[in-house]
Design a protein around this ligand. Sequence first.
Ligand code: PNS
Length: 170
Amino acid sequence: MTRSRIAVCPGSFDPVHNGHLDIIERCRPLFDEVVVAVLENEEKKPLFSVAERLEMIREQLAPFPDCHAESFSGLLVHFMERVGATAIVRGLRAVADFEYEFQMALMNRRLNPHVETVFMMPREDYSYLSSRLVKEVFFLGGTVDGLVPEPVIDRLVERRDLRAREEEEK
Ligand code: PNS
């Protein structure tokens, strides 16, 4: 019996955007199972909690029975051993991503020589997209329509309204 090919798509996903979803969809035909792995990085003060980030991703993965999302802390390679994954899938947007991704890929391979990193190019329309820019543009009053799923926009609006109420109460 052949072993199933399991890939992880790791990231902060604060929040998930259409570039992430494009990469997840692109890697589905290459693997039997895709695990979207959300890093627990509360010390970096993310906008959304891990539970919220997972919820937003899970809403988008609902139509895909071969994909699910989990959170992880500690080393990615240890998480991969737990879920039986041998491939890391990362989106490569521009030359600027290369150095960071190259370092991570080689470090992960050093930590576990059986792990391979697969880089995929997102759709051109999303090649400049990042969660950081989505948040910056949104909170400065720009539109992020078409860059993140609708439920993510709803949550950004909720967060903005909450911030405004907190400011008023100060
Ligand atoms: O979306 P991001 O923030 O670029 O994702 C970075 C991520 C989560 C892939 C990376 O920080 C990670 O794998 N962190 C887990 C800790 C780890 O394994 N570090 C050693 C590998 S270089």
